[in-house]
Design a protein around this ligand. Structure first.
Ligand code: ATP
Ligand code: MG
Ligand code: MG
Ligand code: MG
Length: 573
């Protein structure tokens, strides 16, 4: 590609409203442009990266035997009513009405649509197991879209859904997807961890999130450096007290805090329990003190229930939060929940608040809160929910022995780039999908679902791979492999001739070259190529051509090196 035909849209200044490196660099490199909150146009440079990630995802999904389909983005309300998510999903679901007055939504996820497909297309046990996937635009009306494409409203997701006769088959595919995800993120050049996550009210046996390690990550994860143990800290912290808890008590109720103005007040109140039966304070939400104090102060939801001990670990954190406290409205609670693959967590609660039980029930708080995969702060002791076997990480600290005892705990921040889930029969049952077994008996297939935020992966890769000069793409997802930079192209016939010839040779060798034929100043060329993160750079100038040489520099090399012109192609290959 010649730059004269591929105009860069680079910016010198860092856009004021971009808070994290990936957002800043994607704007500065001219990869994306904002259209409206959470809506982004991908410019040619950005799209090349997105397509590379997509291609890796597609290759690995195909390799794992998954079948690509393409389902409509707009989905009829009837299917969501069948699964009962039309009412439960909350305001993250963008609802539409057509000219005939029929209700639709723009899909945030596709369980209903795939189950509709399955109940029509899958008849016999012989057709199972099957794993369908698509790479497709999703819309979630995120309460606070932020960080560019990292948390957008419209974004590209790979979503896959598998159907099985029994749980053994589901487990097999789930494990294959786990391996596939590991291959995908490794191929993208990412340092990631798969962590245990909550299966929430979706039920099922297992769920893992894949997190790219980055300081800007919105999640905290704990993993063991000496063994395989990994879990989502918030999940573990939040779920542990519930796991340890005895059966639900009729006395369970939310705290009545007419006098509590701050969370510290509340702690004081609970220092001397206001009722014998009300001892436990379950706090889930504040990611950490810093979050609670500064960045997003409204991250606290408090819930009190009977018969259990005060969760002192979390309580200790409470006095650090000095924001005023009030009851969350039903609307606010609704705004924190979603369902299915998608949901919002307490981090999205706009205010520090106490959740009123009636409002929570009305908003079906537990459904969404649990499906978020890491935040347990709902009313789910009311329900017959299987809680996952998450070790008690309540007191987890950096340097602790991991719960399997094999290594030391490290706590890090992560960006959720993928999520795999054993769904069970929730959707197949609600929507009457059945297949006949070999004896002609109707079986409700059990399901798994597997998501990857393809567009989020692009941003996550930048969070992990950048320096003060710009992006440092891992080679497999770089928009171009090589920048070819001639010095004084307009003045030196020899340079032009050598560069054109090399450009041809490199292209013939299948190398993706960006040839800067703008005749710009060297400083401009170097700055642009470093900003957009091209992994390799060749500079051709009269100075070294006399010796038949040119300059090579890797994006993160400190110094350039001279290489033979005629060795350039094998050198890059
Ligand atoms: P999050 O916790 O970040 O809100 P989620 O748990 O709601 O994500 P899933 O329902 O598990 O998301 O969807 C599968 C994947 O889609 C996620 O792992 C993530 O990579 C991606 N994703 C979800 N929401 C967004 C978004 N608003 N913008 C970009 N990617 C997203
Ligand atoms: Mg979400
Ligand atoms: Mg999540
Ligand atoms: Mg998730």
């Amino acid at each position: 590609m010649r730059l004269s035909q591929f105009p860069l849209n680079t910016l010198k200044e860092t856009p004021a409203d971009a808070e994290i490196p990936s957002h800043q660099l994607m704007l500065r490199a001219g990869m994306i442009r904002k259209l409206a909150a959470g809506l982004y146009t991908w410019l040619p440079l950005g799209l090349r990266v997105l397509r590379k990630v997509e291609a890796i995802v597609r290759e690995e999904m195909n390799r794992a035997g998954a079948l690509e389909v393409s389902m409509p983005a707009v989905q009829p309300a009837e299917l969501w009513q069948e699964s009962e998510r039309w009412d439960k999903y909350g305001p993250e679901l963008l609802r539409l009405r057509d000219r005939h007055g029929r209700d639709f939504c723009f899909g945030p996820t596709h369980e209903e649509i795939i189950t509709e497909l399955a109940r029509n297309e899958l008849r016999s046990y012989k057709q199972l197991p099957v794993n369908y996937y698509q790479i497709q635009t999703k819309f979630r009306d995120e309460i606070r879209p932020r960080f560019g494409v990292m948390r957008a409203r419209e974004f590209l997701m790979k979503d896959a859904y598998s159907f099985h006769l029994d749980s053994a088959s589901l487990t097999e595919t789930y494990e294959r997807m786990y391996q596939t995800y590991s291959r995908i993120f490794s191929r993208c050049g990412l340092d990631f961890r798969a962590v245990q996550a909550d299966t929430g009210s979706i039920g099922g046996n297992a769920s893992h999130e894949f997190h790219v390690l980055a300081s800007s990550g919105e999640d905290a994860i704990a993993f063991s450096t000496g063994s395989d143990y990994a879990a989502n800290v918030e999940l573990a912290e939040a779920i542990a007290p519930a796991q340890a808890a005895p059966a639900p008590s009729e006395n369970a109720r939310l705290v009545d805090t007419p006098k509590a103005k701050t969370i510290a007040d509340l702690v004081e109140q609970f220092g001397q329990p206001i009722e014998r039966t009300v001892k436990t304070l379950i706090v889930a939400a504040a990611k950490d003190e810093q979050d609670a104090q500064t960045a997003r102060p409204g991250l606290i939801a408090l819930l009190v229930r009977g018969d259990h001990e005060l969760n002192s670990v979390k309580a200790e954190k409470l006095p650090q939060v000095a924001s005023p406290l009030r009851m969350a409205t039903e609307e606010e609670i609704r705004a924190t929940i979603g369902a299915g693959l998608g949901s919002l967590g307490p981090r999205d609660l706009p205010i520090p608040c106490v959740v009123d039980r009636a409002a929570a029930v009305a908003a079906d708080f537990s459904a969404g809160a649990n499906q978020d995969g890491k935040h347990w702060f709902g009313l789910n002791w009311d329900r017959d929910l299987p809680l996952p076997p998450v070790a008690d990480l309540r007191n987890v600290q950096e340097g602790d022995l991991s719960p399997d005892g094999q290594g030391q705990i490290t706590i890090a921040r992560g960006i959720e780039v993928g999520h795999i889930f054993q769904l069970g029969t929730k959707y197949s049952q609600a929507m009457n999908a059945v297949v006949l077994d070999d004896a002609g008996k109707a079986i409700t297939p059990t399901m798994g679902c597997y998501g990857i935020g393809v567009s989020r992966v692009v941003a996550a890769a930048i969070e992990q791979h950048h320096d003060e000069r710009g992006i440092c793409w891992p080679a497999p997802i770089a928009p171009f492999t090589l920048a070819l930079l001639p010095m004084k192209l307009g003045k030196s016939y020899r340079v032009r001739e050598a560069t054109e010839a090399l450009y041809q040779d490199l292209q013939d060798a299948g190398i993706e070259v960006l040839f800067d034929d703008r005749d710009a100043r060297p400083g401009v060329m170097f700055a642009d190529m470093e900003l957009i993160g091209i992994p390799h750079r060749l500079v051709i100038g009269d100075k070294h051509l006399d010796d038949g040489k040119l300059e090579y520099k890797g994006r993160q090399d400190r110094d350039m090196q001279l290489i033979e012109l005629h060795q350039a192609v094998p050198f890059i290959l």
